[in-house]
Design a protein around this ligand. Structure first.
Ligand SMILES: Cc1cc2nc3c(=O)[nH]c(=O)nc-3n(C[C@H](O)[C@H](O)[C@H](O)COP(=O)(O)O)c2cc1C
Length: 414
């Protein structure tokens, strides 16, 4: 029996998706009329609730009658919403009560509000996360479709280039000049062939972290408020990204999970895992793509949303800016690893939920956006890489020039 003095309001963020489902219709199949039956269900996407929630029409109507700001006396609400619907929406966490029974959902709802998520971004973030994808399947069989198959199923892709003016209207640009970075850009190729027998030396491991996720300066911009200067740009200069490492084969570093401390330029242990568990976690990180899980070190890039949303509150561009920022980090990793004679990769096909659980993260506050990886390449190529000019591979053999790094020590600081 509900407590009469209870107060209720709607959760802060919920969106409704009318979703058509197709199911096998055995009766129709035998009658020879139709094999598949379509049904439209109403799905609530509420980031604080975690899972998708199916609703009926009365529940959807009730959500439209109750605001998310003021607390309403439950007795008064029964004039607008039937008792049974109030109960079911409270049970589903889409109405939030002020009593002890609703404390957990209320706290989750308050997190969405306090982190200052833009509703569209919160829904996109919460419901694009994977859990255990690629764990019990061979991704090469289930996900890999050849170009020929894709074209057969979907027709040709949109054209690979576009043009907006007639050729005679084009203004030609000077012949491009070549500088040192061109050689690095030319050798950059997503690595799917890591050297699984060897280890990565500690020097290059540290160099990569310093350049890619480290900082060059920590500045007190106002009394008590500090900001970091890093190699990549950051929306509002807030630098919300964090780096965690799955260290598998790095000389002088015990295999395990670490957090990178950005100003100390040091590893902080998060968990020590047995080799089998570590490999299993690496595979989960990259959703079963074993050629990426083979990297000597994986770099999990998470975002602390609160940090960016502190300035850009409920802002339509804030989440997008964070995702863009990870792209900059990724390219810096590719260039740094290439310059140091190593391979690198980035993937967005990641099991965010498994990573959050292992690192103890609350997805509404901090969550992984991409997983990167780096390390020396194998001497022989077994997995496909895109190297049309033969800058990295000579047939299936690694070119010697690919492995030549040009690092030298920083001068000792004064
Ligand atoms: C955001 C992003 C996600 C990617 N995810 C994957 C992935 O899951 N698996 C994979 O094999 N490659 C992945 N790639 C690498 C692309 O397949 C690769 O960049 C593309 O084939 C071009 O090759 P290149 O990087 O060597 O030029 C990803 C690239 C980007 C930018």
């Amino acid at each position: 029996m509900a407590t009469r003095s209870m107060k209720v309001r709607r959760c802060g963020v919920v969106m409704i998706e009318p979703r058509e489902e197709h199911e096998l219709d055995i009766a129709g199949l035998f009658a020879g009329t139709h094999a598949v039956r379509a049904r439209v269900k109403l799905v609530a996407l509420a980031p604080h609730a975690g899972d998708e929630i199916e609703l009926d029409e009365a529940e959807v109507a009730a959500l439209g009658r109750v605001g998310d700001t003021d607390w309403i006396d439950r007795d008064a609400l029964t004039a607008r919403v039937p008792e049974a619907v109030i109960d079911s929406l409270l049970a589903k966490g889409l109405f939030v009560g002020d009593g002890e029974a609703d404390a957990r959902m209320r706290e989750r709802d308050e997190t969405v509000r306090n982190v200052h998520w833009k509703p569209l971004s919160a829904v996109a973030h919460a419901f694009s996360r994977w859990h255990e994808a690629g764990v019990d399947e061979d991704v090469r069989i289930t996900r890999h479709r050849t170009l020929t198959e894709l074209i057969r199923e979907s027709g040709p892709p949109p054209p690979h280039i576009t043009s907006r003016a007639a050729p005679e209207q084009r203004q030609s640009l000077p012949e491009p000049r070549l500088t040192a970075i061109d050689a690095i850009l030319a050798r950059r190729a997503t690595c799917r062939n890591f050297d699984t027998a060897g280890t990565l030396d500690l020097e290059r491991f540290g160099d990569v972290l310093k350049r890619v996720v480290g900082c060059q300066a920590e500045v007190e911009i106002l009394p008590g408020t500090k900001a970091l200067k890093k190699a990549h740009p950051s929306g509002g200069s807030l630098h919300p990204l964090e780096a965690y490492l799955v260290v598998q084969r790095v000389a002088g570093v015990a295999p395990g999970l670490y957090h990178y401390h950005v100003t100390a330029h040091a590893l902080e242990p998060v968990a020590t895992l047995e080799p089998v568990a570590l490999r299993d976690f690496a595979m989960r990180c990259v959703a079963g793509q074993d050629f990426f899980a083979d990297a000597h070190a994986l770099l999990i890039i998470t975002a602390r949303f609160e940090r960016t949303f502190w300035k850009y509150r409920s802002h339509p561009k804030a989440y997008r800016a964070i995702v863009l920022e990870v792209g900059h980090v990724s390219q810096n990793l590719y260039l740094t690893a290439t310059e140091l004679g190593m391979g690198a990769f980035v993937t967005a096909a990641i099991n965010e939920v498994d990573i959050e659980q292992r690192l103890g993260l609350d997805a509404l506050r901090e969550s992984p956006i991409a997983v990167l990886g780096f390390g020396p390449r194998a001497s022989q190529k077994t997995m496909l890489e895109f190297d049309p000019l033969g800058e990295v591979w000579d047939g299936d053999a690694l070119k010697a020039s690919t492995t030549q790094g040009t690092a030298r020590r920083h001068p000792p600081s004064a």
